[in-house]
Design a protein around this ligand. Structure first.
Ligand SMILES: [Zn+2]
Length: 155
């Protein structure tokens, strides 16, 4: 499992935040960046919200860049600037579920989802309950939030 020191985690997350800044702003959706890093520390995929479609989440776009049976996923870490979602308004698989299906053992997030669009995001809890290692980087939460200044209460 890719579990580098905290400084390296912070560097990957800073890059994910830079990706989040590229998101086309949408009135009802967060701007998020996500990066999948392999066990050997190489970047396998990276994406941001709505990169290739108006309803896409960053984790979804990043995972779509890899074959579902890619053996590197079993040792990978996914960095996401926001807690992976546990429910979605459209009929699409929530990102926490996608991460579990991909078999990724480690998730690093900067910001827990506030109760803005869903009452209670339990992506974090779902991942932990399934045995995934979830780390939070609270020192980057403000930066992850700052790219969402288009949303109510975030400016
Ligand atoms: Zn999502």
């Amino acid at each position: 499992m890719y579990a580098p020191d905290r400084d390296q985690d912070l560097r990957w997350m800073q890059r994910a935040i830079d990706l989040a800044a590229l998101c086309p702003p949408a009135p009802g959706a967060y701007s998020v960046g996500a990066i999948v890093v392999g066990e050997d520390g190489t970047e396998l995929a990276s994406a941001y919200s709505r990169a290739t479609g108006p309803r896409e989440h960053a984790e979804e776009v990043a995972l779509a860049q890899l074959p579902q049976d890619d053996p590197r996923l079993a040792g990978a870490t996914i960095y996401s600037t926001l807690e992976p979602c546990s429910q979605r308004s459209a009929s699409r698989t929530p990102c926490a579920q996608r991460i579990l299906e991909a078999g990724i053992p480690r998730v690093v997030i900067a910001w827990r989802e506030p109760s803005l669009f869903v009452d209670d995001c339990i992506g974090y809890e779902q991942l932990v309950a399934a045995g995934v290692s979830v780390s939070e980087l609270p020192e980057l939460a403000a930066a992850a939030k700052a790219v969402n200044s288009h949303l109510p209460g975030m400016g």
